[in-house]
Design a binder for this molecule. Structure first.
Ligand code: HAM
Length: 423
């Protein structure tokens, strides 16, 4: 028998329903911020991803040759494709461009809980806004979408990769060494960083400077402190002041809490400015549910620099987080089962009308079509977590009434279809 490919999953109806609820909550948050949905292909020319995210991404990609001999890749993320779409179709649209998307992404990674080869992202890009208000808006949209999906207490960390790049350059770390250093910094792995700096003769005092800098965390005020001690390095003052301004705007979003974390380096090569990550601690090792930040990618499409910022939320991790929270709460009962007690025309037609009345009132309603007896049918409804059962017998049908049973309290009463549509 053919097995499901490693790192992929099938989803059953109850899981799909939870996923759709989460996606819908995120969609309406994005629509509320004035973003419009776009959809791009699941595969693109390999060059698009290599040009944008750096050659390292190829190791993680599903790359194949099509029948015309062209190198194609399943998308590992959507930002590159959205920028291609912008370059193809949206350069003449009024700025800023606000778009969001959701869909499957593919990365050839070692699967584990929360890390898959096919996974789903929900993301947004704000294109053409050069100002810190845009940085703040994108962070706020990400956090509001995560909260709307039902993940409470997300941990938001905000930093600036441009400042980190400037520091590395100012202390004389070569670009090749710096690009090896960023993943170590991202993981907080100072032992490997020290070994790398030793091997490449970067010098212990430079290691200490970088170590102290990337360990800076705290509230908005730490940006001023860092400015006082690091502002003299070329390029750092501008970057830090941009971060400070973005945070000032972010403070305008009520109740949105964050920590400054200057050690965020982000995995993909294209970030240039304010960056952020959102974790949900309950998830353990794969706790990062969102990542994003400012980047400039117009040049790969031959466009003048187009400032852009965006994020992507890992939906699979959000599904897991929401399930964990829901598991702790008592499941709420919903829906109804309509049980005709015999197949006679009057009973059946009243049962169908009862089901339609409930559906019309927005109650998710199943009609018993397996000809089960009332006892068995009610047991099934209870096991499925339904809230109501409607029993339709010939005596009741003669009066145009049905028996409505509350599956929580066990109470039962005779009601008309009109009353039924008001449950
Ligand atoms: P990323 O950090 O590579 O950023 O991915 C975003 C999120 O996708 C991660 O935080 C994680 O939740 C989820 N994710 C990544 N890989 C996997 C996987 N193998 N299995 C499950 N979930 C995963 C980006 O993709 C950028 N395009 C974000 C962005 C948009 N930056 C600017 N605009």
């Amino acid at each position: 028998m053919t097995e499901r490919p490693r790192g992929t999953r099938d989803f059953l109806p109850d899981e799909m329903e939870e996923h759709r609820d989460i996606e819908e909550a995120m969609r309406s948050t994005a629509l509320g911020f004035g973003y419009g949905e776009v959809r791009t292909p699941t595969f693109e020319h390999t060059d698009l991803f290599v040009a944008k995210s750096g050659p390292a991404i190829v190791d993680e990609m599903y790359v194949f040759e099509d029948k015309g001999g062209r190198s194609m890749s399943l998308r590992p993320e959507l930002t590159a494709a959205v920028m291609r779409l912008y370059a193809d179709r949206l350069t003449h649209s009024p700025k800023p461009i606000r778009v969001f998307y959701q869909g499957p992404c593919f990365r050839y990674e070692r699967p584990q809980k929360g890390r898959y080869r096919e996974f789903f992202q929900f993301g947004a890009e704000l294109i053409g806004c050069p100002h810190p208000e845009g940085d703040a808006e994108i962070i706020a949209l990400a956090v509001r979408a995560i909260q709307a999906a039902g993940v409470q207490d997300p941990v938001v960390r905000v930093g600036h990769v441009g400042a980190l790049h400037a520091l590395m350059e100012a202390i004389g770390v070569e670009a090749t060494v710096a690009s090896q250093a960023y993943p170590m910094i991202d993981k907080g792995d100072m032992t490997s960083l020290r070994t790398l700096f030793d091997e490449r003769e970067v010098g212990y005092s430079n290691f200490e400077t970088v170590e102290d800098y990337v360990n800076v965390t705290g509230d908005r005020s730490v940006v001023d402190h860092v400015m006082a001690s690091y502002g003299h390095f070329d390029g750092l003052a501008d970057a830090l002041s941009r971060l400070g301004q973005a945070l000032e705007h972010l403070d305008g979003y009520q109740g949105l809490e964050y920590t400054v974390d200057l050690g965020i380096a982000r995995g993909l090569d294209y970030y240039t400015g304010v960056v952020f990550e959102v974790d949900w601690d309950g998830l353990g090792a794969e706790k990062q549910i969102c990542g994003g930040g400012a980047y400039e990618l117009g040049q790969i499409f031959g466009l003048d620099n187009v400032p852009a910022t965006g994020f992507a939320i890992g939906l699979d991790r959000v599904y897991l987080a929401v399930e964990m929270v829901a598991g702790e709460e008592e499941a709420t009962r919903s829906g109804a089962l309509v049980v005709p007690m015999d197949r006679g025309g009057d009973v059946m037609s009243l049962a169908i009308r009862a089901a339609e009345a409930l559906r019309g009132a927005g109650v998710r309603t199943e009609l018993e079509v397996m000809r089960r007896g009332t006892g068995k049918a009610l047991k099934g409804a209870d096991q499925k977590g339904m809230r109501w059962a409607v029993i339709v017998g010939s005596d009741e049908a003669a009066q145009g009434k049905v028996a409505l049973k509350d599956l929580v309290s066990g109470e039962q009463r005779l009601v008309t279809l009109d009353e039924l549509s008001k449950v």
